[in-house]
Write a protein that binds this ligand. Sequence first.
Ligand SMILES: CC(=O)N[C@H]1[C@@H](OP(=O)(O)OP(=O)(O)OC[C@H]2O[C@@H](n3ccc(=O)[nH]c3=O)[C@H](O)[C@@H]2O)O[C@H](CO)[C@@H](O)[C@@H]1O
Ligand SMILES: C=C(OP(=O)(O)O)C(=O)O
Length: 428
Amino acid sequence: MDKILIDGGRDLEGTVQISGAKNSAVALIPAAIMADSTVTIDNLPEISDVGILKDLLEEIGGTAELSGDTLVVHPEKMFSMPLPNGKVKKLRASYYLMGAMLGKFKKAVIGLPGGCNLGPRPIDQHIKGFEALGAKVTNEQGAIYLQADELIGNRIYLDVVSVGATINIMLAAVKAKGQTIIENAAKEPEIIDVATLLSSMGARIKGAGTNVIRIDGVDTLHGCRHSIIPDRIEAGTYMIFAAAMGKGVTVDNVIPLHLESLSSKLREMGVQLEVGDDWIHISKNGELKPIDVKTLVYPGFATDLQQPMTALLTQSEGSSIVTDTIYNARFKHIDELRRMGASIKVEGRSALINGSSNLQGAKVRATDLRAGAALIAAGLVADGVTEITDVYHIDRGYTSIVEKLTSLGAKIWREKLTEAELEEVNNS
Ligand SMILES: CC(=O)N[C@H]1[C@@H](OP(=O)(O)OP(=O)(O)OC[C@H]2O[C@@H](n3ccc(=O)[nH]c3=O)[C@H](O)[C@@H]2O)O[C@H](CO)[C@@H](O)[C@@H]1O
Ligand SMILES: C=C(OP(=O)(O)O)C(=O)O
């Protein structure tokens, strides 16, 4: 097991290439199993979630060849093998195998998903959707059993706007008989990416990216080739690193429209941004101003950037408030930031940040993926060395983060945990 160390206080400068989107990749790989011939997915991020999904495809009888950032999925020999636990618990997006296997085989057994611990993350809206399409769904000892004689299109109104439920229902509905209408659907760019792949496979989907999606079921889906959109959360994370320590950093291979909610907040803080067709140049210009941020569904401020943004706001001159309306317990990073000298109080769904703090390197733990990104942001700013453990969370979502930051001038490296540290982790 590794830890990441950062010797802080160095300016960042240069260009960083942004990888394909995690939250697209982890839905596109399950979607690919629905085809009856080869699906090739390009621009895959190099993250552990992708590796686990590849293994799961092999568990259900398929083959998936990963070469560089391309995955070639051969779904011809796949069957509905139960996946009750094990690897499905290591990530959130294993839940997409429910929609994909239900659509393809009309039956599936999948363990409840894992993913970041951000407080309760129910999947009741996914299940409501599958049931509306005619599936019988039961939860037996932590595994979800799904079965349908046939799936029939229906009108489904989501009680909460959910990325996962929107995509999962779309996956099951593309092979249902007749029309499905998903109302109050989520509008995240990753949903459009999944709809684009499914459409290239022969699905008939209209309205992805709006709050009403109409799907006309088809009998078969064929192979195709698809390139994943850039990761707006990875890009946003580097923009935050650059706002903290950047002399002049360009995030390249991005869709600037996907980053507007973050860009406008950074401008409000006094950060300078120059925006091109597929790049954004960020430079810090004097003191950072305090701001208030509220996370919302897309196109609002992404909850996945809330934690790194909180770390950045410890450097603003004055008091900021960050409110997470999506996950009310997404604050585990705050105890760790406090260890580094941050002055932050949590009240209900809000973090009250009192800046600017002179952060000091410390031993901290990445409690989840974006908490890890927040600690890296803090470590880049801090005096002295920050040691971050439980970095497997960070590896779920960031391609070569140590190498990318090193190329920008950061002093950051990985080391193996010592025996004593391993014992501490195993006992915690
Ligand atoms: C793999 C993936 O794409 N993960 C993203 C996805 O997670 P995920 O798909 O799990 O998030 P959702 O959009 O479903 O969750 C949004 C909110 O709805 C609630 N909810 C969701 C489903 C449900 O059936 N019932 C219910 O109450 C959740 O608890 C949460 O409060 O979107 C989140 C919100 O943008 C991001 O933080 C995650 O990075
Ligand atoms: C919460 C996240 O991921 P997941 O839903 O995969 O746990 C995230 O990417 O910030």
